[in-house]
Design a binder for this molecule. Structure first.
Ligand SMILES: [Zn+2]
Length: 101
């Protein structure tokens, strides 16, 4: 199996967990129930996403679970992350986590 950068693996694993709703993007809801990412979570890619509205309160949360956003969050190439996801290379981290318990 191809060797992956540790940060790429972490990004891939975080993407998988966010997709499975095991982890959640960092942010908060306003009084209207609309979700916004925290300063630590927000990246330039988020600027292109439709602002949350009453009809679409989770537009940014949905975006923050996508692979390009998670790659941006970790500062790595989304193509590398996609490869690591496809190879299931992130399972190494999952196994380490299980062993650490
Ligand atoms: Zn983003």
């Amino acid at each position: 199996m191809k060797k992956y950068d540790e940060t790429v693996l972490q990004a891939a694993y975080e993407y998988i967990r966010r997709r499975e709703r095991a982890t959640h993007p960092d942010g908060s809801f306003d009084r209207g129930g609309r979700w916004y990412p925290s300063e630590a979570e927000e990246r330039p890619c988020c600027d292109h996403i439709r602002r949350p509205s009453r009809a679409w309160p989770y537009s940014l949360m949905t975006h923050c679970r996508t692979l390009p956003h998670v790659a941006a969050l970790y500062g790595v190439d989304p193509r590398e992350v996609r490869r690591a996801v496809r190879d299931e290379a992130w399972k190494v981290l999952q196994a380490q986590e299980v062993l650490a318990k």
